[in-house]
Write a protein that binds this ligand. Sequence first.
Ligand SMILES: Cc1ncc(CN)c(N)n1
Length: 231
Amino acid sequence: MPTSPHADHSPDLFDRLARDGAAEWARYVDHPFVRGMGDGSLPEAAFRHYLVQDYLFLTHFARAYALAIYKGRNLAEMRAALTGLKAILDVEMDLHVGLCAGWGVAPEELERAPEAKATMAYTRYVLETGLRGDLLDLHVALAPCVIGYAEIGKTLAARADAQAASNPYRVWIAEYSSDAYQAVATAARQNLDRLAADSLTASRYPRLLTIFQQASRLEADFWDMGLTLAD
Ligand SMILES: Cc1ncc(CN)c(N)n1
């Protein structure tokens, strides 16, 4: 049988990364901050601190998707990155501004806020990975963000206490469990598979796994930052 550079990639690159990086992935998606949103016990101060930093985070992630457009080698790759960029700028950030307003955080406060170290570490890691590597490196670095929040939203939405009117975080949970957000995550998974079919080789996989594990660790650190109110 002829060997091909693609013969060793799994049909779903994301599943393979999440399986091989299971410890980092679990620490991220099942973090105490997440559990606290699910049962409504998360302190309000922790959520507000997180929310302000998340606004800053999203502005940098929009830049990372813009970099993915720049790195696109054809119209299809550029459009795939544009889908991610539009999801952040036109959907998620609007929802964030609304969500922040509901928590008494004004847009000016968001723009003025100093960046926490966890925000800097994560966003600069993704941008630097994308600048240094190719499109597959960059989309692997971006994957825990979009696919992880879709998984968290869906898991939390299935809990009865997450839906209760008394849960202050039900709007956040509704945002990330929505069909619209789930569709963005599905598109991100499909995009990873298209890129993998084109450029994943056996020798390349360990580096991609390291990127995935690192980004997942930085996601968990971001939750830590919210919980501890770290600057
Ligand atoms: C830190 C973080 N990670 C992921 C997402 C979902 N886009 C977010 N809003 N913030």
